[in-house]
Design a protein around this ligand. Structure first.
Ligand SMILES: [Zn+2]
Length: 467
């Protein structure tokens, strides 16, 4: 079966044929860094990390570009409210995003360009558009530069609207001297006290849409394979990116992939709600790998309606996988990932990245593996465990992978292991002399210290307590 994706632009599933054989170029609209990320932001990161890993597994050399929007109205507002420079707000929140991506096991992009580092490229693109009659500088000297939507008949092709249906969106810029209210700002003329950069048309700052066209072209070329982002970016952001680049004569993205949004109680995540769902808060409820499992398990195009119950169910599902692989490693020693994933798993991911179907294959393997271990069939268990590691590697969820297995500090875990073993030995001794009060007290003290002990057939196992 061949790899295929649902392409928003074609409104159908299309076979993936890259521009250059053996190579896949991917652009993802990254963070606007006005605040630290909540799980809705990071869902996109996880979805496209799985895409990137699957492309790599499928033999493509992947160039992955994810931008950072480090100047915009919201960043300027935060900077004014806090009385600190805009770049301090951007810097701080970009670090929070990077930390969140790392925490959830998203591989770093090949390149992570910032908007303000690409002003010359944006000026060049605006010049091309002005020369071709697709853009104009406002005649009032404000420094605004607009895209002329009526000059580009295909405008609306991505979001499937005709020009007469298009409603001007709030972020199209001020209405200073526009030829048509639907024209959108490529460049926003400077207002007093705001950061600005020099251009042939006056001082100002980048429009959001222009940045992505300029940066994707710089790093991936005038034509590239896949453009990704959240479903809420289709219009106006991606429509405008496409119009700018195509009007300038570039082929631009050949496939458009959009991830569904994360809602709470059926509603889009609000800022106040988002504040309670920042990554540091969420990884106190479950471990980072369990949060990744939760965010990645649903089909990338579906809406996730967040609930604590669903999060904990996902954590329990992940623990079943982890439980088998941990026991298998205890019985079998080191388990090497298989060279290939099972065909059913490959078919699922080839089919528009069907992670939920892929996870069904994973859990089938876990059940079979547990049966094999219980029957003492080591050969079978080893084969299953190897295939599991291969599949989980593609999903970024392999419990035996260094990132998750060590929790970043294997040495400390070994020390705690030894201390817990001492405590459990004393508990066993207390039970032996029928001093149940003392035995219970030891368990209570461990719980108090944040350690949960579970008695398993292989002996007691401990973990850190999670709320
Ligand atoms: Zn973008």
């Amino acid at each position: 079966m061949s790899l295929r994706f649902y392409d928003t632009s074609a409104r159908q599933v299309r076979e993936f044929v890259p521009l250059r054989e053996g190579h896949a170029s991917l652009y993802l609209c990254g963070a606007t860094v006005q605040a630290p990320p909540h799980i809705g932001h990071i869902r996109s990161g996880v979805n496209f990390d799985i895409l990137r890993r699957w492309l790599t597994y499928s033999g493509y050399e992947v160039t992955f570009c994810r931008n950072v929007t480090d100047i915009d109205d919201k960043i300027i507002n935060v900077s004014a409210a806090e009385g600190v420079p805009w770049w301090q707000v951007s810097e701080r929140n970009q670090r929070a995003f990077t930390h969140a991506y790392d925490t959830l096991g998203c591989l770093p992009p090949t390149v992570e360009p910032r908007a303000t580092g690409h002003v010359p490229e944006m000026i060049e693109l605006m010049q091309r558009l002005i020369d071709e009659g697709h853009a104009y500088a406002a005649g009032d000297g404000s420094g605004d530069v607009y895209f002329d939507v009526r000059s580009y008949p295909a405008y609306g092709e991505l979001s499937n609207q005709r020009l007469e249906q298009v409603v001007p969106s709030a972020d199209t810029g001020s209405d200073r001297d526009k030829r048509d209210p639907r024209d959108f700002a490529l460049w926003k003329g400077a207002k007093p006290g705001e950061p600005s950069w020099d251009t042939p048309w006056g001082r100002g700052r980048p429009g959001w849409h222009l940045e992505c066209s300029a940066m994707s072209t710089k790093y991936l070329g005038p034509s590239f394979d896949i453009h990704g982002g959240g479903l809420d970016l289709v219009f106006p952001h991606h429509e405008n990116e496409l119009a700018q680049s195509r009007a300038a004569g570039d082929g631009f993205a050949r496939y458009w992939l959009h991830n569904g949004l994360l809602a709470v109680g059926g509603e889009k995540m609000s800022k106040s709600l988002g504040n309670s769902m920042l990554i540091p808060q969420m990884v106190r409820k479950v471990r980072p790998v369990e949060l990744r499992y939760y965010l990645g398990q649903a089909h990338y195009r579906s809406t996730i309606d967040y609930s604590d119950a669903a999060l904990h169910e996902a954590a329990a599902a992940y623990q079943r996988i982890e439980g088998f692989l941990t026991r298998a490693a205890e019985v079998l020693g080191e388990i090497a990932p298989a060279a290939r994933v099972p065909a059913a798993f490959a078919d699922a991911l080839d089919d528009d990245l069907g992670v939920s179907q892929g996870l069904a294959v994973v859990h089938g393997h876990v059940r079979e593996g547990n049966t094999a271990l219980a029957a003492g069939d080591k050969e079978k268990a080893a084969e299953i465990a190897g295939e599991l590691r291969a599949m989980l590697g593609v999903l970024g969820l392999d419990p035996l992978d260094e990132q998750w297995a060590t929790g970043g500090d294997q040495g400390l875990r070994e020390v705690v292991d030894a201390l817990v073993a001492v405590a459990l030995g004393q508990r066993q001794a207390a039970r032996g002399r029928k001093d149940y009060a003392a035995a219970d007290a030891i368990r209570d003290q461990l719980t108090e210290a944040g350690i949960v002990v579970e008695d398993t057939p292989e002996g007691p196992r401990w973990d850190l307590r999670r709320d």
